[in-house]
Design a protein around this ligand. Sequence first.
Ligand code: PGA
Length: 256
Amino acid sequence: MRRKLVVGNWKMNGSRQTVLELLGTIGARSKAAGCEVAICPPFVYLDLCNLVLSATDIALGAQDMSEHASGARTGEVSATMLTDFRCRYVLLGHSERRTSHGESDETVARKTLQAIEAGLSPIVCVGETWEERQAGRTYDVLARQIHVVADALNSSGQLMSLTVAYEPVWAIGSGVTATASVAQDAHAFIRQCLARHSATASQRVRILYGGSMKPDNAAELLAMPDIDGGLIGGASLNASQFLSIIDAAVRLEAVQ
Ligand code: PGA
């Protein structure tokens, strides 16, 4: 069975003060034992988050990393630097990076391999734009994004260490959420794509939903058979909203 995973993506938000307040509340009340929880703050707050979360089960993740191991790469952060800061996860290929930083599927694939080889669990984000959905190209886009990454990996063991986040671009930060059935269809399709590489891995890989997941829609989305958790942007910056989403995941874990 796949344990639910709820990940907060703070994007370029927060301050030292926010880390103390937000994580103080989330860390103290989160029933993380019932489901897995991770926070992805900006790089500069990783160390402080680590300190605040040290007595909790909440894992740490980064929002991106370099595709290179080390060297003359001004401004970049490597996979081993993230493990040095006790990161377990790293978000890769978020649509904001694909759009504003020109990250291609191939770049995302190289980063994914680099992350796995350094011992991180990459959370690879995929998803179609509204125009692609309207043009009936959703599944073509998802298949391409998944296959390029899976082809770059060397074994089904590597594929198993992946988490995928289905984030329809039109739902990110827009307040418009995919309906549970639209999301479930996309998740089931992503699992079929993974099965072309390894049937075992396709059953183990967690597929998170991201895109305006909030306390009022989380339970319905998380109840879908192929939705194994959430990647939460805006609502992860509000302790009570984030805790409500965690509670929804914990309740579902309890009945499964
Ligand atoms: P959102 O962001 O929850 O604010 O839509 C999700 C994401 O971009 O990961």
